[in-house]
Design a protein around this ligand. Structure first.
Ligand code: AMP
Ligand code: MG
Length: 393
């Protein structure tokens, strides 16, 4: 049995890098950017008005200017503006040559061919200057960052219509267990629904991957062999169940028979101790113990780490946060204990409250949680106010 740090290290050492692809920007959401992006132009690209109003060359205490015309956004005004004159200008239109100030229309009134200010104008007000936001050639988005919704506009405005990103690995999901039944089917005594199948598919979707769902294999070598060999054609094969110590936990044996090289089997964590990790030339294989919390924690810790490494993400390892535990918590685990909990921010203090859980099959405790707090092997009792690490989920 190995420690979690060692397991994460072995995973990252055994990941290959996914090929880069070029995608239209509107398809890039959630992908890891595979190139440093530099602004192809200044932003704004020209001095422009930030208000609907009148552009003019500012003169101290002068409040009446002769109106010479109008510039709409997208237009330009070729003549330099004369002192004492103004031009109606719309938001986003280029400032005419010679003007330095825009007064908003709301604080002006028309007086024949003149515009009178009802409130004094401040010099240089309401102008967005060329390059004041971003200078041409400045780094706007670094390689290794995940492209989020709020980054898209910046990338487009900086002159990009396509971006090089890391392609995402294919994931195949196989559930195992002769007692597991697909949702919607009637249940006989002793059977349970395949909640892991849907959960793992959604967890993959949350990191941008439409996983291939292979179905349920029965706990027999023939069924496992057939379905595992299909799964091994993928970049990542996720298996739920069948990796523990039971008579019918045949997944590791069948994987080895199929030529998978075992890298580890068992990590000193709770839940999820019997997790199996192996690989072929193409495929990384994660065998996650069938209990839903073991599946969930295994995906969060191990599978996500592998995907981040494969896609060149700047952050590879899971990020643990620190909070303060709100209630007494005792555990007997001889393993790092990932316990379902709820964290919230109370006036800047992060308070972590353990959720009542009956163990790694207790799906209701998973649904009540928004993190897993991490109780250490060398601290079996936590008192209110003690610091505790947690993994946000
Ligand atoms: P196993 O790892 O195969 O020994 O399974 C451990 C526990 O998880 C058993 O109680 C299984 O019934 C349960 N389990 C296994 N697979 C699933 C699944 N796909 N969905 C929900 N529970 C499961
Ligand atoms: Mg099983």
């Amino acid at each position: 049995m190995i420690e979690i740090q060692k397991a994460l290290e072995l995973i990252t050492e055994n990941c290959r890098t996914m090929p880069k692809i070029e995608l239209p920007v509107h398809e890039c959401l959630g992908y890891v950017c595979a190139e440093d992006l530099y602004a192809k132009l200044d932003m704004p690209p020209f001095d422009k008005s930030s208000m609907d109003g009148y552009a003019f060359k500012w003169q101290d205490s002068k409040i009446e200017y002769i109106n010479d015309g109008i510039i709409a956004a997208g237009d330009s005004f070729d003549e330099p503006i004369e002192e004492g004159h103004c031009i109606a200008i719309m938001t986003g239109a280029p400032l005419p040559f010679g003007a330095d100030t825009v007064i908003p229309v709301e604080i002006t009134e028309k007086a024949g061919d003149k515009i009178r200010f009802t409130y004094p104008a401040k010099k240089c007000a309401n102008v967005s200057y060329k390059a004041e936001d971003i200078k041409k050639d400045a780094l706007i988005f670094p390689k290794g960052k995940i492209i989020r919704t709020q980054d898209i506009a910046l990338i487009v405005a900086s002159g990009y219509s396509k971006v090089k990103v890391s392609s995402l690995p294919e994931i195949a999901i196989l559930n195992t267990g002769s007692e597991i039944i697909e949702p919607g089917e009637p249940l006989d005594y002793g059977q349970i629904y395949n909640s892991n199948g849907t959960m793992l598919s959604i967890m993959a979707q949350n990191i941008g991957i439409n996983a291939e769902y292979l179905g349920i294999a029965a706990d027999d070598e023939k069924s496992l062999k057939t379905m595992l060999s299909i799964g091994l054609k993928s970049d990542i094969l996720l298996i739920s169940g069948g990796v523990s110590m039971g008579e019918f936990d045949l997944v590791p044996k069948v994987l080895l028979d199929l030529g998978v090289k075992q890298i580890f089997h068992k990590v000193r964590i709770k839940p999820g101790k019997p997790v199996f990790f192996g690989k072929t030339d193409k495929c990384l294989v994660f065998g996650l113990p069938g209990n839903p919390l073991s599946n969930f924690v295994g995906f969060e810790l191990f599978v996500k780490t592998a995907v981040r490494k494969m896609t060149g993400s700047e952050i590879v390892l899971p990020v643990f946060s620190e909070g303060i535990i709100s209630s007494q918590f005792k555990h007997r685990a001889d393993r790092k204990n990932f316990y379902p909990a709820a964290h919230k921010n109370n006036d800047g203090k992060i308070i972590v409250t353990p959720v009542i859980s009956h163990g790694s099959a207790d799906i209701s405790s998973l649904s009540k949680s928004n993190c897993f707090m991490i109780a250490d092997i060398d601290k079996l009792e936590y008192s209110p106010g003690d610091k505790i690490q947690f993994l946000e989920v």
